[in-house]
Design a protein around this ligand. Structure first.
Ligand SMILES: [Zn+2]
Length: 192
């Protein structure tokens, strides 16, 4: 029966609480340096909130980990469920702060893990990288733009929110600067 319960291993992120908090503080300092005081960043509060959730979830995970060994088999199952939920909450909080690699590391769901890895990849690769698919294609009597904006993500590398862009044809991801003001800068309709 005991075999039905997956082995509980204390993940690295639980062992590193103190270091992680120090890392976090160091990161905040970097952000503060990079942040342009004249620009309004509406998501700064969201990231601050995510940092608090991160702290909280890390604490809960530590507690759950500590309760595991002495728990009955039935309770162990519940602890594992709670642990999974808490890891997902932590992953989301990390992703909100632009820490997609860490989010991928703690996220229990494989699809979401892959998504976080993709975001990490998109943010860290050179902004100039792009696929070879044609940007604009004729479809019937009209044209179709193969590049689609998928909303904004916070990039630690850039120190600000960036727009996540995907090629619809090959699913190549990258980020680019947010459109200025309310009207996105209109790109010239060049092929590539
Ligand atoms: Zn492409």
């Amino acid at each position: 029966m005991a075999e039905e319960i997956p082995e509980f291993e204390t993940p690295d992120y639980l062992k590193l609480t103190k270091e992680r908090l120090q890392e976090n503080e160091a990161r905040q300092k970097v952000w503060q340096k990079r942040a342009n005081p004249t620009s309004f960043d509406p998501n700064i509060h969201e990231r601050a909130r995510a940092a608090r959730i991160e702290k909280d979830a890390t604490e809960v995970l530590k507690i759950l980990g500590g309760q595991f060994d002495s728990a009955s088999d039935e309770v162990k199952g519940q602890i594992l469920d709670a642990h999974r939920r808490e890891r997902a909450r932590l992953a989301e909080a990390l992703a909100t702060q632009g820490r997609f690699d860490e989010a991928a590391h703690v996220e229990p769901n494989e699809l979401k893990t892959a998504h976080y890895q993709k975001l990490h990849d998109a943010v860290t690769k050179s902004d100039k990288d792009w696929c070879d698919c044609p940007r604009i294609e004729r479809v019937g009597t009209g044209t179709v733009d193969n590049r689609q904006n998928l909303g904004n993500v916070f990039s630690i590398k850039h120190g600000r929110e960036m727009t996540l862009v995907v090629c619809r044809k090959c699913l190549f991801y990258n980020v680019r600067e947010l459109p200025r003001g309310m009207t996105p800068a209109r790109e010239t309709h060049k092929r590539r």
